[in-house]
Design a protein around this ligand. Sequence first.
Ligand SMILES: Nc1ncnc2c1ncn2[C@@H]1O[C@H](COP(=O)(O)OP(=O)(O)OP(=O)(O)O)[C@@H](O)[C@H]1O
Ligand SMILES: [Mg+2]
Length: 455
Amino acid sequence: MERILIVDDEHSMREFLEIMLTQEGYGVTLAGDGRQACDLLDREAFDLVVTDIRMKDVNGLDVLKKAKAVDPNAVVVLISAFATAETAVEAMKEGAYDYIPKPFKVNEFKKIVREALASRQPSPDAPEDATTGRRKHFDLLVGESPQMRKVYDFIRRVAATRSNILISGESGTGKELVARAVHRLSDRKEKPFVVINCAGIPENLIESELFGYKKGAFTGAAADKEGLFDVANGGTVFLDEVGELTPAIQVKLLRVIQERTYTAVGGTEEKRVDVRFISATNKDLEEEVIAKKFREDLYFRLNVIHIHMPPLREREGDLPLLAQHFLERYSRELGKDIRKVSAYAMDILKQYAFPGNVRELENIIERSVALETSNIVLPESLTLSNLQRDRERMNRRRTDLGPEGIDLEKVLGQMEGEYIIKAMRLAHGKKQRAAELLGISMRSLRYRMSKLGLG
Ligand SMILES: Nc1ncnc2c1ncn2[C@@H]1O[C@H](COP(=O)(O)OP(=O)(O)OP(=O)(O)O)[C@@H](O)[C@H]1O
Ligand SMILES: [Mg+2]
């Protein structure tokens, strides 16, 4: 049984946490103040310490330091009223696992406890990436949502064939990674994986890029040059943004696929080529075919097998895994010691629609790792222009009134609480400044806070 030490000077809170965690099957020990907690830490070992920050004499920060002194790997979670948000940040720097803002929801609390305990004991059964502790499929793809599991299954089934594959999906959903996974799993894996960015090569160059050229084929062609198909022979060609191919190139490509031969620019000799084509597009290629912008015959040749990548916002549960994956990667690359995305920051990310999908998440995490000064990603270091806009939209949507009606008092109370918490955070816990930010008097702020149980 995992043992948890609860430290809180408030009797009702201790009792509440004890009942809740005991029901969850944990062994719970209680301490009514910091001094008692330090004594216990000297005598007994705990898997997790959960402590209130604000206590008389020996406070939560002292308990944290004590726990770390006894065992550097101790896992400590702090409970903070927002007035102590600054202390909570300091606690993160001292090596706390996370802090739980008061008031909290029971489920959030249980979740953080589970995660904190898991951080101490990585599950032994799943094959894991040694450096991140998270499972990577085909050594490339992170995510355990049902949609992604389907994609993994599909990759496994089609990799061994030589059928051409078309991967569709919004920008940043991982299309190129899937293509690489297929190649890696196929019997072509020892041969090259060649990426051709169909949007990036100018029309007049694409032919010589793809097929190579002969000496003297055009001004400047001083010697024979190999094309990408020469390089890719026996391997996989990844046609990225295939919807951007011009009609002239579409014809030439169709010939390569049908005849499996091509001719260098300025050459006469027909060369044989054996490649598998994997194409990717964020357009609706079928629509392009209907609009006569993309050749139907080429479309059918490329789209023998179709894989669709779901947008990130529809992948239940992948966001935290991916966020942690990128966090660890950039933390390592940038030489920082940031271990976790705080619960606050994760909440904000969860509300976001990620129009740029995984790539956008990766950029957001990279930036916040660069900006973050504590050892946990806090909301302040999430620089999110779109994110902000999205949240505002979400908030506006809240005013929708459906046939099932709403509880106006409750909704208004929630909004009030959120604004107050935001203001208090911005004001670093200074009530006078928070009241100014909210355009109300100190008295009114105090009243509202106590009414909402935020005092
Ligand atoms: N499931 C995943 N696990 C880990 N990293 C991922 C995953 N999906 C995407 N990425 C990362 O996100 C970024 C974008 O992925 P990728 O280039 O494969 O997307 P794409 O669909 O080809 O996007 P675009 O259409 O914009 O070219 C890459 O840095 C990639 O490593
Ligand atoms: Mg791509």
